[in-house]
Design a protein around this ligand. Structure first.
Ligand code: UD1
Ligand code: F6R
Length: 365
C-alpha cells in the first residue's frame, strides 16, 4: 500500500496534489462554490452571531489557518476552541452560534463531547471531517466531507491541507451573497484551482529539506515564528516536529517575540521564520533583523525570488516557496515543514508512522 514510499507519512505528504484535487472535485462550479452538505444551511449560518471553531491538535491548527479568511469573507466574528478546554471551562455556546467541528477521524473523544455540549446548548453544529459515517458526520446538523482519502500515518498531513481547503470553500460559500468581496472571491477560487500544481512545485524541496534536517539532527529544540495567515503554519510545523521527530519545538506568534521568547535567542537555537509575501511581510522583515542582531540561527521561509529581501547579507538559510493567494499560502507553507519533520525523524532513527505514545484516533478523554 505504501507503493514506492518507505513510510505512510512520506506517501501522504507526496499525495497532496491529488488529495487536494479530490477535496475540490465537483465543488468549484461556474466560478462559484457548491458544497452539497451546506447549501440548505447557508442562510442560517449567514445570520449567526459568531462562528466557533472546535478541534484538537492538527485539526485545531487547520481551523486556526482558516480563521482569517472566514472572518474576511463572511464578516462573522470567529472564536477558537480547543475541544478539551471548552469542556474544562464549560465555555459559553449559544443558540445563535455556528459551531464548526474539525476532525480527520470524526471519532476524537474530546471533539465529540464538545459536540454533545454544543448540541445541548442549541448551536447549529457543522462538521468538517475526512470520515464518511463517523460519529461526527452523523451527529452534526450538516457539514463537509474533505475527501482526502484514508490517512494512515499517525501524524496528520494531507488531512490538514484538505481541511484548510474545505474551510476555504465553506467561507466562499457563506460569503457568496456579498457583492463587495466578489473580486477577492474570484481571486481565491483561481488560487484554489492552481493549488495542486503549486503543491507539486513545493514538493520538489524534498532534497533541500532532507539536507536542512541533517543540519538539525542534534538540536535540542526548534522554534517556528509565524503571524497572520501563517500563525497556524508555525504551530502545525512545530507539532509535526515534536510528535514524530521527538524534538522539542514551539510555534509562536512573531508579534509576541519581544514579549518573552526573544530571551531564548542565541547562536545555537535554530529558528524558522515564515516570511512569505502578504500584508505582514514588512513586519516579518523587521523580526528577522531583530533576530539576526541577536545572532539568531535562522532559517527563513520566503516567496520565490525574495531571498535577498528577507536576508540581505546572506546570513541565514532560505527556503523559497511558490506563491498562491495569500490566504491559501498556509497550504503551501506547511509542506516543507512536513518534509522537514519526516526527514528529521528518519535521520534520528525514530518510527515515523507510529510515534512513541501516540494513537491515530484519540477515542478516550
Ligand atoms: C455528496 C456525496 C458524494 C456525491 C455528491 C454528489 C456522500 C457522503 N457524499 O457529496 O458521494 O458524489 O454528493 O452530489 O454521500 N455531513 C454532516 N456532517 C459532516 C459531514 C457531512 O452532516 O461532518 C452531511 C452533509 O451535510 C451532507 C452529507 O453529510 O448532507 C454529505 O456530505 P458531503 O459528502 O460533504 O456532500 P457532497 O459534497 O454533496
Ligand atoms: C497530529 C495529530 C493529532 C490529531 C488530533 C485530532 O498530527 O494527528 O494532533 O490531529 O488527535 O484528531 P482528529 O483530527 O482525528 O480529530
Amino acid at each position: 500500500k505504501k507503493g514506492s514510499y518507505d513510510h505512510f507519512m512520506q506517501k501522504e505528504i507526496h499525495e497532496q496534489p491529488h488529495s487536494l484535487t479530490t477535496t475540490m472535485r465537483g465543488r468549484l462550479k461556474d466560478g462559484g462554490v457548491l458544497l452539497g452538505g451546506l447549501k440548505e444551511h447557508l442562510k442560517t449560518i449567514r445570520r449567526c452571531r459568531r462562528v466557533v471553531f472546535i478541534g484538537c491538535g492538527t485539526s485545531y491548527n487547520a481551523a486556526l489557518a482558516a480563521r482569517p479568511f472566514v472572518e474576511e469573507l463572511t464578516g462573522i466574528p470567529v472564536t477558537m476552541e480547543v475541544a478539551s478546554d471548552l469542556l474544562d471551562r464549560q465555555g459559553p455556546i449559544y443558540r445563535e452560534d455556528t459551531a464548526v467541528f474539525v476532525s480527520q477521524s470524526g471519532e476524537t473523544a474530546d471533539t465529540l463531547l464538545a459536540l454533545d455540549y454544543a448540541l445541548e446548548n442549541g448551536a447549529l453544529c457543522v462538521g468538517i471531517t475526512n470520515t464518511v459515517g463517523s460519529t461526527l458526520s452523523r451527529k452534526t446538523h450538516c457539514g463537509v466531507h474533505i475527501n482526502a482519502g484514508c490517512e494512515i500515518g499517525v501524524a496528520s498531513t494531507k488531512a490538514y491541507t484538505s481541511q484548510i481547503v474545505a474551510m476555504a470553500m465553506m467561507a466562499l460559500a457563506i460569503g457568496s451573497d456579498q457583492i463587495s468581496t466578489q473580486a477577492r472571491r474570484n481571486a481565491i477560487i483561481s488560487g484554489l484551482t492552481s493549488l495542486p500544481s503549486c503543491v507539486s512545485g513545493v514538493l520538489k524541496l524534498d532534497a533541500e529539506m532532507k539536507e536542512l534536517a541533517s543540519s538539525l539532527i542534534d538540536s535540542e529544540s526548534l522554534l517556528v515564528f509565524g503571524r497572520g495567515y501563517n500563525y497556524a503554519t508555525a504551530l502545525e510545523g512545530a507539532l509535526k516536529v515534536k510528535e514524530v521527530a521527538l524534538m522539542h519545538s514551539e510555534g509562536m506568534l512573531a508579534g509576541e517575540m519581544k514579549h518573552g521568547p526573544l530571551a531564548l535567542v542565541d547562536e545555537n537555537l535554530p529558528i524558522i521564520v515564515i516570511a512569505t509575501r502578504d500584508a505582514c511581510f514588512s513586519k516579518q522583515q523587521s523580526v528577522i533583523q531583530q533576530l539576526l542582531s541577536r545572532k539568531g540561527r535562522l532559517v527563513v521561509m520566503c516567496s520565490k525570488g525574495d531571498a535577498s529581501a528577507v536576508c540581505p547579507n546572506g546570513s541565514c538559510r532560505v527556503i523559497e516557496v511558490p506563491g498562491v493567494a495569500d490566504c491559501l499560502q498556509p497550504v503551501i507553507n506547511i509542506i516543507p515543514l512536513q518534509l522537514l519533520a519526516y526527514h528529521l525523524t528518519v535521520l534520528r532513527g525514530f518510527d515515523v508512522d507510529q510515534p512513541r505514545n501516540l494513537a491515530k484516533s484519540v477515542t478516550t478523554q
